[in-house]
Design a protein around this ligand. Structure first.
Ligand SMILES: NC(=O)c1ccc[n+]([C@@H]2O[C@H](COP(=O)([O-])OP(=O)(O)OC[C@H]3O[C@@H](n4cnc5c(N)ncnc54)[C@H](OP(=O)(O)O)[C@@H]3O)[C@@H](O)[C@H]2O)c1
Length: 256
């Protein structure tokens, strides 16, 4: 039996920088064999340490079956805080399969002195509130959700995403294809060059994409923050905030 055969397979539900960081940590541990799962939304997801599988599982029941068939010893839900369906499926599948689940949930952002933030309950609410807040909008909410703003005709949008969104977009817009992290000085310049008077963001949390929030504060313009969907809870879920803590929680789960 090789060392790799003895390593415990750990499924990391990925698609985030935290998941990539975690895979690198676990890949350096000879007792763990990380398998990162990607939804397959972007053509070039970037390098990930360890094994990678791509594509949906076919729902919670199929995910539970996959976990059983692959002898998965622990699962880490390191998906984006707005990826609600896969998080729900992971909680349900792990409960059904009797496998420990670690949820890597980076903390959300909070406003500080000088910030002019406005909460939106969801994307539809955010789209409805643009009219009262700005006319030149940096829409930094990712590729999948941009069509939620298709009906907003009274503003011009700079839509930033890793790849071009599918679906209808607002009538007045420019696409900016880019991938974070974004430095504060670049965000400052972007807002100035495009005369941006409103930033729209999801409450993604983390440092990689928070530069736009600091640049908006400096510029004295409002930020419309789409709040997170509720994360699943349950007795078998260990929630942590960092990749290092997720790795520690995985190791603790494996010795139990
Ligand atoms: N939503 C965002 O704002 C956002 C931002 C950055 C990155 N991402 C990443 O992009 C991926 C998709 O996000 P989403 O908002 O479409 O998620 P979602 O709405 O929660 O998921 C929809 C379906 O996509 C499949 N799926 C999602 N993540 C998967 C993964 N890591 N591995 C295998 N299948 C996955 C699942 O299909 P089945 O039911 O068939 O298994 C899931 O039911 C996630 O991995 C997430 O971390 C999302």
């Amino acid at each position: 039996m090789s060392a790799n055969d003895r390593a415990a397979p750990v499924l990391v539900l990925g698609g985030t920088s935290g998941a990539r960081e975690l895979a690198a940590i676990l890949d350096g541990d000879p007792s763990v064999r990380p398998i990162t799962s990607l939804a397959g939304r972007v053509a070039d997801p970037g390098a990930v340490a360890g094994e990678v599988r791509t594509g949906g599982f076919g729902g919670a029941t199929e995910l539970a079956r996959w976990i059983g068939e692959h002898g998965i010893a622990a699962v880490v839900d390191a998906t984006h805080p707005f990826a609600a369906a896969i998080s729900r499926n992971a909680a349900e599948a792990c409960a059904a399969a009797g496998v420990p689940l670690v949820a890597l949930r980076r903390p959300g952002w909070t406003a500080g002195p000088g910030d002019d933030w406005h909460d939106a309950a969801d994307l539809a609410d955010a789209a409805a509130r643009i009219a009262g807040l700005g006319t030149r909008v940096l829409l930094a909410i990712g590729r999948q959700e941009a069509p939620a703003f298709a009906g907003v005709a009274g503003a011009w949008f700079l839509i930033r995403a890793i790849e071009a969104p599918d679906g209808t977009l607002p009538p007045h817009h420019q696409l900016l294809l880019a991938r974070g992290p974004y430095a504060l000085e670049d965000e400052r310049r972007l807002l100035a060059d495009h005369a941006i008077d409103l930033v729209v963001t999801k409450d993604s949390g983390g440092d990689a994409t928070r530069g736009k929030l600091d640049a908006a504060r400096e510029r004295g313009i409002p930020v419309l923050v789409v709040r997170r969907p509720e994360a699943p809870g349950g007795a078998g879920i260990t929630a942590v905030a960092t990749a290092a803590d997720a790795a520690a929680a995985v190791r603790a789960a494996l010795v139990r």
